[in-house]
Ligand binder design. Sequence first.
Ligand code: PGA
Length: 251
Amino acid sequence: MKLIVVDDYERLSREAARLVARRLLERPDLILALPTGDTPLGMYRELVRLFREGLLDFSSAICFNLDEYLGIPPDHPESFASYMRRHLWGQVDLRPENAHIPHSLPRDPEAECRRYEELIRRVGGIDLAVLGIGENGHIAFNEPGTPFESLTHVAELSEDTRKAEADRFGGLERVPQRAITMGIRTIMSARQILLLVSGEEKAKVLARALQGPVTPEVPASALQLHPNLTVLADAAAASRLTGSRISRGAR
Ligand code: PGA
């Protein structure tokens, strides 16, 4: 595992974008898994800036979102499809047919999970998966207790996760109960993983994930078993990590 600690959120965002940009330049047909949430917003803003300055090109890249809510229309403002259109897809030259996300209103959710997993397999698997972590240790919508061997599946959202989203939806009762998410095995099959973690409220879970026991109770602890993991954290998020493995990142 490579752990990079930077001073603050701005540096984290720049460093994350740089890492993705470097991989895209090496391999324009890169296959990415991409997250939503607050943490990656700065990374997307920086990637869009690099694209506008002519330094990056997404025209051959293939992107798969980690997850999507079930039961709201794809054009609902809080759907992850809408988020991705706002922050990346609509801002760069990614081809629409290469912007993949599970459908939020599939006729048969189980069939949609199989279709998504198969699509990832058919393009040869994910080169780089960018992830965030929930305060309860979830990665994508793999909530505590999800088996490590899970593939793309329908997930029941935990109460904690739904509460964290209540403001965005205008009340807990409006937050979807279910989602389709890549499984832990789907994510762990990526050839490289970049975990982004920002803020003091993530410090405790980051320490549990990286330095606690590997257990389905902390889904992100599975990442300890990944052969090519980079953790990019700001100082606040890294504040509860102990030991000598911590390296200070680029300024
Ligand atoms: P956040 O979400 O970036 O909005 O904190 C991360 C997550 O819950 O996976």
